[in-house]
Design a protein around this ligand. Structure first.
Ligand code: MN
Ligand code: MN
Length: 235
């Protein structure tokens, strides 16, 4: 059950409406990295797990994302509703679709369910969630770079901070399952190629082919010249 409270999560106080910035903000309303995507992703994933505590966490974060969606909606409304800059308004998609938020991204593309990443395995889902939060954070950073008014900056800084918090929560959940730094999961048994690294960008000059430190100092076997190496399947 959802109850709507008539109070917003963070104040939205916009003194100088800017329809161009309002259009950028649509990216977090109806865009791939937006709050609707996050809310529906975690809400759907919550229905897949039998673990009551994981289910609660996913539903709590999904509910918070709906509150974020509301903040973004208020920001877009504020940047378009009171817009006095007729020229700026005429050069945004709001001049065609009307003021306020729409389920479109900043370029006018419709929101689609294919933005949602869910697949019923808690490990798979939580890893998708870490990636989703990274996308949201990167978009908020881009919006913060473009924001010129204090009211927008304050609200966006709060929203971006919460995405960092969510990332930590998802990573902590993975850690509790011992899956934060363990690539394999489920019942899958990898074959003997699991520790091979193929150098597929060889120039033939060994000094150009130095592996990155995280490959060199790892358990990977570095196959420097895969073209002339015997394929592990041909043993
Ligand atoms: Mn959010
Ligand atoms: Mn989030």
């Amino acid at each position: 059950m959802f109850i709507h409270k008539k109070e917003i999560m963070v104040p939205v106080d916009i003194k100088e409406p800017d329809p161009h910035f309002g259009q950028y903000l649509l990216e977090q309303f109806g865009g791939a990295t937006g709050e609707l995507t996050a809310a529906l992703q975690y809400f759907t994933q919550a229905q897949h797990t039998d673990d009551p505590q994981l289910r609660d966490m996913l539903l709590d974060i999904a509910t918070e994302e709906f509150s974020h969606l509301e903040v973004v909606a208020h920001l877009i409304e504020a940047h378009t509703k009171g817009a006095q800059q007729a020229k700026a308004f005429e050069s945004t998609l709001f001049s065609i679709r009307g003021k306020g938020p729409h389920l479109l991204d900043s370029q006018g593309q419709h929101w689609t369910a294919s933005y949602v990443n869910e697949g019923a395995s808690p490990v798979r889902d939580l890893r998708a969630d870490v990636a989703a939060e990274a996308g949201a954070l990167a978009t908020y950073e881009a919006l913060l770079d473009k924001a010129t008014d204090e009211g927008s900056k304050k609200a966006l800084h709060f929203l971006a901070t919460r995405e960092v918090a969510h990332t930590q929560m998802f990573m902590d959940a993975l850690k509790a399952m011992n899956k934060l730094d363990e690539p394999n999961f489920g019942n899958f048994k990898p074959d003997d190629t699991v520790d091979l690294y193929f150098n597929l960008s060889s120039t033939g000059n060994p000094s150009d082919d130095k592996p990155a430190p995280w490959i060199e100092n790892s358990s990977f076997k570095y196959i420097a010249d895969p073209e002339n190496a015997k394929h592990p399947r041909q043993k």
